[in-house]
Write a protein that binds this ligand. Structure first.
Ligand code: HEM
Length: 129
């Protein structure tokens, strides 16, 4: 039986495994690598803090998640792939309430990011002003 996500080591395993898959994905990998380039360590650190805040209620993240996504060349297909990779990774390693919550939260944020991106794009508005 698998365990649930319980501590920072679990978060690191989830984040490292997920972004490893992301970097090697033919659809979304190039988008991430194009923006992040040689700053992967910094991005991973930030994502540990993000998930630690959400799932462990240890408030180490204080950024604004949406702005870096505002102008990315992405649509529904990219978010679908992101969610597939994420739930594969989470359920490969974990099971339980926190694992389910991670998927649920990611799904809500993906829906929100995509609807904002499309709204601003379709209406020719700048999401960052
Ligand atoms: C196809 C979908 C996605 C793409 C291509 C994408 C790409 C990126 C990129 C390029 C960055 C900026 C890295 C940097 O310059 O430092 C970033 C940051 C981030 N992403 Fe995503 N992302 C996607 C979906 C998501 C989803 C669904 C979530 C929610 C769980 C998420 C959460 C975050 C967070 C929290 C940050 C850090 C924001 C900050 O700077 O504080 N992303 N993402």
């Amino acid at each position: 039986m698998k365990k649930d996500i319980q501590n920072l080591d679990d978060i690191k395993l989830m984040v490292d495994t997920f972004y490893d898959k992301v970097q090697n994905d033919d659809l979304i990998g190039p988008i991430f690598n194009g923006v992040i380039q040689n700053r992967w360590d910094e991005h991973l650190e930030k994502m540990y803090r993000f998930w630690q805040t959400i799932l462990l209620e240890d408030y180490t993240y204080s950024g604004r998640p949406f702005p870096p996504h505002a102008h990315l060349p992405v649509d529904e297909l990219h978010f679908k792939r992101w969610k597939e990779l994420f739930s594969d990774v989470v359920y490969t390693h974990f099971e339980g309430k926190k694992a389910d919550e991670a998927i649920w939260r990611a799904d809500k944020m993906a829906t929100m990011f995509l609807s904002k991106i499309l709204y601003f794009r379709e209406n020719n508005l700048n999401p960052l002003t």
